[in-house]
Design a binder for this molecule. Structure first.
Ligand SMILES: [Zn+2]
Length: 72
């Protein structure tokens, strides 16, 4: 008889934290997964929100005339 092998008891699955790039435990025990911590989760959500707001306000409508286009 060898050692008992249970997949559930194996090493915790580690993924890369999208915010800091560090190891993050991807398991029910980590409520912030795939982030490694609440801090990283908040950082990422904040960056995403500010990025989308910035893009939305800086992007001109597609049908806006281009002031640099030469008239023909
Ligand atoms: Zn992190």
């Amino acid at each position: 008889m060898g050692e008992p092998r249970s997949p559930a008891a194996a090493k915790p699955r580690l993924v890369r934290c999208p915010a800091c790039g560090g190891d993050s435990v991807y398991a029910p025990g980590n409520p912030f997964r795939p982030f490694c911590s609440q801090r990283c989760k908040n950082l990422d959500l904040g960056a995403w929100a500010s990025e989308s707001f910035r893009v939305a306000s800086d992007t001109p409508p597609d049908d806006a005339p281009d002031p640099e286009a030469p008239l023909q």
